[in-house]
Design a binder for this molecule. Sequence first.
Ligand SMILES: Cc1ncc(COP(=O)(O)O)c(C=O)c1O
Length: 416
Amino acid sequence: MTDTDFPAEGRGVDELLDEMRVERQGDLDWRGGKAFSLVYNTDDPELEKLQHEVAGMFLHENALNPFRYATLLRMEGEVVAAARSLFGAGAGSLSSGGTESIFLAVQTARDHARARGVMAPELVCARTAHPAFAKACKYLDVTQRFTEVGSDGRADPDAIAAAIGPDTALVVASAPGYPFGVIDPVTEIAAIAAERDVLCHVDACLGGWLLPFWEQLGQEVPPWDFRVEGVTSLSADIHKYGYCYKGISTINYRDPELYQRQVFMYDDWPGGLYASASAAGTRPAPPIAGAWATINHLGSNGYLRLARRVLAATEGFLAAVDQVDGVRAEPSPDMSVFQIAVDPDSDRPVDIEAVGDRMDERGWNMDRQQGGLHVMLSPGHDKVAELFGSDLQASVADQGSASGKEHTYGGVVDGA
Ligand SMILES: Cc1ncc(COP(=O)(O)O)c(C=O)c1O
């Protein structure tokens, strides 16, 4: 290295691979079942083998112009069609992730409102809506209006109705929301939106690829998709419970004409027509090919099998939490995502942050949020529920004091 940060000499393949292999041993170990978000672990070596092969096979293709790659074009179309049949309707596209899908829904709603003469559009959502909405509103110059949630953690339809005004372009419901894993009352919220002639987006980034199978397992799932009148768009991430590797989500609209507001066409330059359906220009092909391969490898049966394991993990973890005096899953979740909080009905003094620290010392990676510890379960968690329960029991017993870890979710790399 010279005194600049740019490497002066190129280094050999083996040396670089060795360095990275060694260093990443210290990174999050998601295979052991002691990590909760960031990776959706199927614990399925066949699927993993397929995904590694596919990622390598399509490493260099560019989906900016899918017409140059007939295979990519077909696969993308089939993934969009699979999403359409899962959610009950819709025209739409793939995107790089939940945040991009949400950006696209907000942009579409904003432009739809502008076309109707609303020049300062607003978005109404509950406090529990994902920060991607705040980010989209910031970038797209849309005013965000928040409503408080009820004690069950769900968006309050009355509060949403009261927050809708003449400039409201979009109302949001989550299925489920990230913090508590509860599904907002989509039917009521979408009805209010329709009555006020406002678009309604369902953020099913988390639930979209699990809830259809959860329902088939006999679980009670309140209506949340295009079967609900008034839902106009829906985001759902294949890189979450669709079990593909990162970089793939779906955004769907009930009305194909509304979807057209998302599409960008431009030919006012010397380079020819530039057409693009999502925010990115150049698009990596591996997530598209990976999504297609994953969906076709698993099929409905495979998704059902994995949903059964997520359900077993959820029942196991919730039962384990239930056994520990002083904490509880609060509010009660609708899915495999929940918060462990102090139990207000127990006399046992619990510092939930300290419990998180003791769990971390026992090898768990507990995500902190303001009201407790966040848990998001994958199929691979079905084998660690008992261990989690005994470690939680021990961590409440020897909780001691908290180290003051921050409540964080994402992170920023210093760009200076
Ligand atoms: C409910 C919900 N919406 C949106 C997102 C954003 O998804 P992404 O991180 O893929 O951008 C997440 C991520 O966890 C989420 O849980």
